[in-house]
Each structure stands twice: as structure tokens, then as C-alpha cells.
Design a protein. Structure first.
Length: 724
């Protein structure tokens, strides 16, 4: 622990990473020169001297020791760029310890020379060089005054005491002068250090004030622009309502009651949307909007939101797909409902009035600190018509912004982010939403198994090269050896060639596309081939498309597995587990490698029907199922049992949000590295199913839906917790 006390950052400047890097880089730069010159000067002082001739053994030991210390310091100095970014404080402390060791060894050299030569021959030369050397290093190490005091004390004081102990006139004079030099140098270094940090403090404060003024001006201009934009959109929406009202009044005499009621209902809905947008915008403007700080599964919330738009998009001939960066943490801390509101507003803008094409949602997270960072969601509106308009301007293809966009932008800025729009020739329109959020867990767990399918191969087929590239990255992160094709004929030929070459591709992942039936022919050809018919086929489709496949001639059998759109990492991994028969047919919900360990599942439910369903599905020799009916009992059992998974019945929705919050608050208080998965369940469709991930659930399953296995879902979360 001693070495960690050499330098403790106190001021804001000393806690600034950029400032400290510049300071440490300066120290490393001068130290690199110093250690090389120091070793050369040492050899020059010894060459041809009396000490070498009379004490060769001493000379060898001192030289080898100095060489070892020099190499140790050189390791930290010459690998500064590689070592420093990983752990700046660790590098600094380790280098200081190595430098102190060098100072002590130099003191041993000075004491040996002083005692053996009695301040005669080359001894005064050593003393002269030592004074010069420590004077120059004082400026290099000046920012770290506390360390420099130790460094100078261990390097100079032992030599001075050795000279005084000789008892000779020369020894006393040299020793006394060196002690005075140490005191003067120590005082000078303290002044240099104080001046250095005071100057940086002044510069830092000035820079912050300048930046603050610039940000205030920029925020003022942005606020004026946003207010003007919002008022213009508000005027347009109110004008539309007035027009609708006038039309309804004119048609009141000769329109039916159904038509009139429909028009009035549209007017009412429009007014409600305007009220919500005005309420949100006013809240951000007056700083009265309250942002919650709940823990939520960002990956599953995003996928759930996008999934809500899949059927609507497919009905319009629009493809919608997600691409979540592998470095996106599983759980973040912030206002999940406002995040969902902004994302839904942008998706509505993209899809509305879009003739056909692709809506691509790309998500990444950039860490700024250990526990915080910035979430970036890029929504690209890629029109098919853009292929013909590569060099042409066509403003009619842009999404028509409205009041909801201004409201979403205001919320984004309130979340310390923003929304940027851009038009890219030949590609389409892009919305980029950003918001600052905290990382909920200390470990920053990721929502996939790294190299879980290592050694397996998959053929990825899709007509859009952009989707192929993104999905290849996700399959790579799962460990697959990925082969890609954009044409089904070539994909079939690739499969055939893999068998002919003796390296068969085990599985193929392809999409049901609205504008082509090539995938049907591809499926039929695989099933008709004697070798290829055993290939695992993973077909990405919506529920509606799945129901229509049989009528299109698509052949379904045991080797065909369906993946729900949008096919994210979670959906892909779960489907591949099913395809490779990792479904736990042996009755266990855990990996075989963990079969000796028992797992506890804590379930909260007030429904006796749900209790019986859970016992029937989950009770097993490696699983202990504990059922509770009150919040107090749940908290007590959670603390005692430390379960692998928590199940919460969502049919009784009164306590659901409170239950999740209580569990997460306890985990945050206990500073756990990885949170316990919380899975929501119901025996029927709940009224708030669309917002379960905003509440904080990691997963949700409807027990009446036989297409998804509760046992497989629990197995996934237990395996994930074990892996990470």
C-alpha cells in the first residue's frame, strides 16, 4: 500500500485524465534520456579509475545492479504508450517504485565509493556528477513533489552521512555541503511543484469558463431554434385539426354517424398527441420534466420496441432490422420510458409515408468513464428509389418532420444528448439520437456468449449487402465461421461445394423477403438434396409470414427453425441453441458441465394456476423452485437464497414495478458485479406487456404461448450468468 501514497490527486486538474497524461508523458520523456545518460556517465566515471583496479568484485556487483534497475525502469518508460492507457495510476505507481529502487542503488554506489576511496581519486568526480544529475531530475519529477522528496532523500542523504562518518576534513565538508544541497533542492522542488499546478489550475479554470460561455451561447441559439421549430410544427398540426373540424362540420348533414364519429375520434386523438407533445416540451423548457433512474435491459428493450413495428413495416413492403454493437452493456441506468418515447417517435417518422426500402437501427455505446457513457442510436431510412437518384436531389423522399420530432429532440437534449438529421446522397436520410446514461453493473455484462458456437459454420444469405455485413458481425461475435452470399443460387452452390470439399457447412441462416420468393426455391432445393437436407435451416420471418409459408410451397421439417424478426443477438443465439438441440431434453435447465451444482429459482406469484404451471415446467433434480406471495418475503428470500433467476407474475400488475425496483436497489447497495436476471411471466396477455422492459425486466414470457419454452428461457439466463 505504501507505493499508492506517492501521489494522491486532489484538485480537479489532478483528476483530469488529459492533464495527467501530458504530465506523465513529460516525465517519461525526460526519464528515458536520463537513465541512458546516467548509465553511460557511471561507466565513464569508473573507466581507468582506482576503484575498478582495487575492488573489481565490488565494481561488478554495483554495475550489474545498476544495469538491472536501469532495465526495469526502461521497461516502464519505453513501453509507456502500451502500458499507460490501460491503467494510468498503476503505471505511475509502479514506475515510481522502480525509480526509488534506482535511487537507493545509486546511494549504495555512492556509499561504496566514498568508503573505499576516502574522498580521493575518482570519488569527487562521482560526487560532482551526482549533484548535477539530481539537479536535472528535480525539474522532470517536480509535479510529484511528495515522491521527489523520497527520491532525493534516498539518493543523497546516505552519501552525505557516509562522508560525515569518515571524520576527515574533506569528508565533513563534502557531507555538510551535500546535506545543505538536499535541503535547498527540496525547497526549490516544492516551489516548482506548487507553481506548476497553480499555473495549470489557472489555465484549466480559464478554459472551463470559456467553454461554459460558448456552451451557453450555443444552448441559447439552439433553444431559440428549437422553440421556433416547435411553434411552427404546432401551428401546422393545429391547422390540420381545424381543417378536419371544418370538414366534419360540412359533412355533418349528409354523412353517416359512423363516418362522423370516426372523424371526431381522429380529431380527439390528434389533440391528445398535441397535448402530450406540448406537455413534454414544456417540461424540458421549464426543467420540470422528471427523469427516472431505473435499471433496465437496454438490449431487450430496443429489440422489443423494434419488434412492434415489424408487422406494420412488412405490410408496407419495408424491411426493418437492428444492429446492436457487441460492446453495448446489457443493463443501463436511466429513464427507459423516455428513451422508448424518443425512439418510437423517430421510427414513426421514418416509416410514415415511406414507399418501400429499409429502416436500419444501429446502436452503440461509448464509455466516457468507468460507470457512464453515451448511447448512440442511428436510424437510417434507406429508400429503394435512392438507387436511381445517386446524383440527384429529391427532397420529397425525406421524412416529413412534425411536432413529435421537436418534442423528441427536446427530450433528447434534456437527457444531455440530442438528435441530428442528415441526408446522404445515394443512401437516404439518417437520424442520430444520443443520450448520456449510466452503466448499471460494475462488470458491464454483455448480452451474448463470447465464442459460444466456436468451431461451427454458418452460411448467411440476404439480398441486401448492408444487412449481410451487420449480421455477419453478430454471428462472428457468437463464434461462428461465417460465409456470406447475397444470391440464393450462389448460396446453394456454396453449400454443395462445401460437401464436395469434405468441409460441410452445418447451418444456413436466411430471410423471408417480401419482394422475392427465391428463398422458397432455395429451401426446396436443400430438402431435395440427399446431403444438404440435414443442414440446419434458420429462417428469419415475422409471425404473419410464418403462417403464409406453407401456401407458398415452403417445406417445413425438423431441421427448420424459425427466428422472429428483428433477428438480434438474443434471438439468433436462442434459435441456434434450438437448432443444435441445446434444449435440455434430459430434463435439466442447466448446461451439462454445471450438472453437479444446484440452482435456485425464486418466483413471486399470487395466482395458484401460475404456481402449478411453474412447478410442472421447472421442478427438476438440479433446480430448487421457491414460491413467495408477498414483497417482504421476496426480499427476505432474495437476500438469503441469492437465486440464479427471479420470476415475477405480471398478471397482478399492482406490485410489479415496485418488486423490480426493490431487487435492483438491494443489488446496487450490495455492489454486486452482475445483477440477477428478472423474468416477467403471465398466463395471459397483460395490459402493460409493451412496457415490461421499461419497468426493468430482463425478459418476458407468456406461459400460454407454446412457441416459447420457459425452461429454455431460464436455461439461457442461468448459462449467461455462469459464463460472465
Amino acid at each position: 500500500m505504501f507505493m499508492f501514497q506517492f501521489f494522491v490527486p486532489i484538485t480537479k486538474v489532478q483528476k483530469d485524465r488529459l492533464v495527467m497524461r501530458e504530465t506523465d508523458a513529460r516525465v517519461a520523456k525526460y526519464s528515458r534520456r536520463g537513465i541512458v545518460f546516467n548509465f553511460i556517465a557511471y561507466l565513464i566515471c569508473f573507466i581507468g579509475g582506482t576503484f575498478v583496479q582495487e575492488f573489481p568484485t565490488y565494481t561488478l556487483v554495483l554495475t550489474v545492479g545498476l544495469l538491472c534497475v536501469t532495465l526495469l525502469r526502461g521497461f516502464f518508460l519505453f513501453r509507456f504508450e502500451q502500458l499507460y492507457p490501460r491503467a494510468p495510476a498503476k503505471w505511475r505507481n509502479q514506475y515510481f517504485a522502480a525509480t526509488l529502487l534506482g535511487s537507493m542503488w545509486w546511494a549504495a554506489i555512492m556509499v561504496s565509493v566514498t568508503y573505499k576511496l576516502q574522498m580521493n581519486h575518482e570519488a569527487p568526480l562521482f560526487w560532482l556528477y551526482t549533484v548535477v544529475f539530481f539537479s536535472t531530475t528535480a525539474h522532470a519529477f517536480a509535479p510529484y513533489q511528495k515522491f521527489l522528496t523520497y527520491y532525493q532523500f534516498f539518493g543523497l542523504v546516505p552519501a552525505a552521512l557516509a562522508a560525515l562518518s569518515l571524520g576527515s576534513v574533506n569528508g565533513v565538508i563534502y557531507g555538510a555541503l551535500l546535506l545543505v544541497f538536499y535541503l535547498v533542492l527540496n525547497h526549490q522542488c516544492r516551489m516548482i511543484s506548487e507553481t506548476y499546478w497553480e499555473r495549470l489550475e489557472a489555465t484549466y479554470a480559464l478554459a472551463r469558463k470559456t467553454r461554459s460561455v460558448e456552451e451557453e451561447k450555443r444552448d441559447t441559439r439552439a433553444s431559440v431554434k428549437l422553440n421556433k421549430e416547435f411553434l411552427n410544427f404546432l401551428r401546422d398540426d393545429l391547422q390540420k385539426i381545424v381543417t378536419l373540424d371544418q370538414t366534419a362540420a360540412e359533412n355533418a348533414g349528409h354523412s353517416g354517424d359512423i363516418t362522423l364519429n370516426k372523424q371526431r375520434r381522429n380529431i380527439t386523438l390528434s389533440l391528445e398527441r398535441i397535448f402530450d407533445n406540448v406537455d413534454n416540451f414544456t417540461g424540458t423548457l421549464t426543467k420540470e420534466l422528471t427523469l427516472s433512474q431505473n435499471v433496465f435491459n437496454i438490449r431487450h428493450e430496443l429489440q422489443h420496441i423494434i419488434a412492434e413495428y415489424v408487422d406494420e413495416c412488412e405490410g408496407k413492403g419495408i424491411q426493418i432490422e437492428s444492429a446492436l454493437s457487441p460492446n453495448l452493456p446489457m443493463r443501463l441506468k436511466g429513464d427507459a420510458s423516455k428513451l422508448a418515447q424518443v425512439l418510437k417517435s423517430l421510427l414513426n417518422l421514418c416509416i410514415k409515408d415511406m414507399p418501400s426500402g429499409l429502416v436500419l437501427v444501429e446502436v452503440e455505446f461509448l464509455r466516457e468513464y468507468e460507470t457512464a457513457g453515451e448511447l448512440y442510436i442511428t436510424i437510417s431510412r434507406l429508400l429503394e428509389v435512392q438507387k436511381k437518384l445517386f446524383f440527384l436531389e429529391d427532397s420529397n423522399n425525406a421524412a416529413k418532420l412534425d411536432l413529435s420530432f421537436s418534442s423528441a429532440r427536446a427530450i433528447a437534449e434534456y437527457m444531455e444528448g440530442g438528435i441530428e438529421t442528415s441526408d446522404i446522397p445515394g443512401e437516404g436520410q439518417r437520424f442520430r439520437f444520443s443520450a448520456k446514461l449510466e452503466i448499471a453493473e460494475a462488470l458491464g455484462q454483455l448480452d451474448f456468449h463470447k465464442n459460444y458456437f466456436s468451431g461451427h459454420s454458418v452460411l448467411l444469405v440476404h439480398g441486401n449487402a448492408r444487412i449481410v455485413d451487420l449480421k455477419r458481425q453478430e454471428l462472428d461475435s457468437l463464434g461462428f465461421n461465417v460465409i456470406t452470399e447475397t444470391q440464393y443460387k450462389r448460396a446453394y452452390q456454396t453449400l454443395e461445394n462445401s460437401y464436395k470439399n469434405g468441409k460441410p457447412i452445418e447451418s444456413v441462416l436466411y430471410y423471408v423477403e417480401h419482394d422475392s420468393e427465391d428463398f422458397v426455391e432455395f429451401n426446396n432445393n436443400i430438402n431435395a438434396h440427399s446431403d444438404l437436407k440435414n443442414t440446419h435451416q434458420l429462417v428469419v420471418s415475422t409471425q404473419q409470414q410464418h403462417a403464409l409459408l406453407a401456401g407458398m410451397g415452403f417445406v417445413d421439417h425438423d431441421n427448420v427453425c424459425y427466428v422472429n424478426k428483428p433477428a438480434g443477438l438474443f434471438e439468433l443465439e436462442s434459435s441456434f441453441q434450438v437448432a443444435y438441440k441445446n434444449k435440455g431434453e434430459d430434463g435439466e435447465i442447466i448446461p451439462k458441465k454445471q450438472a453437479l451444482q444446484r440452482f435456485t429459482i425464486l418466483a413471486y406469484s399470487k395466482n395458484t394456476k401460475a404456481d402449478a404451471e411453474l412447478r410442472n415446467r421447472l421442478q427438476g433434480k438440479n433446480c430448487d423452485l421457491v414460491l413467495v406471495t408477498t414483497i417482504e418475503t421476496l426480499e427476505e428470500q432474495f437476500s438469503q437464497l441469492k437465486p440464479s433467476v427471479v420470476l415475477i407474475d405480471c398478471d397482478d400488475s399492482t406490485d410489479v414495478s415496485l418488486l423490480v425496483d426493490r431487487i435492483r436497489e438491494k443489488e446496487i447497495k450490495d455492489e454486486v458485479e452482475t445483477f440477477t436476471p428478472i423474468v416477467g411471466m403471465s398466463t395471459s396477455k397483460t395490459s402493460f406487456e409493451s412496457s415490461v422492459y421499461e419497468i426493468g425486466f430482463d425478459d418476458y414470457i407468456n406461459l400460454s404461448d407454446r412457441r416459447r419454452s420457459l425452461r429454455a428461457t431460464i436455461k439461457y439466463w442461468i448459462t449467461l450468468k455462469l459464463t460472465d
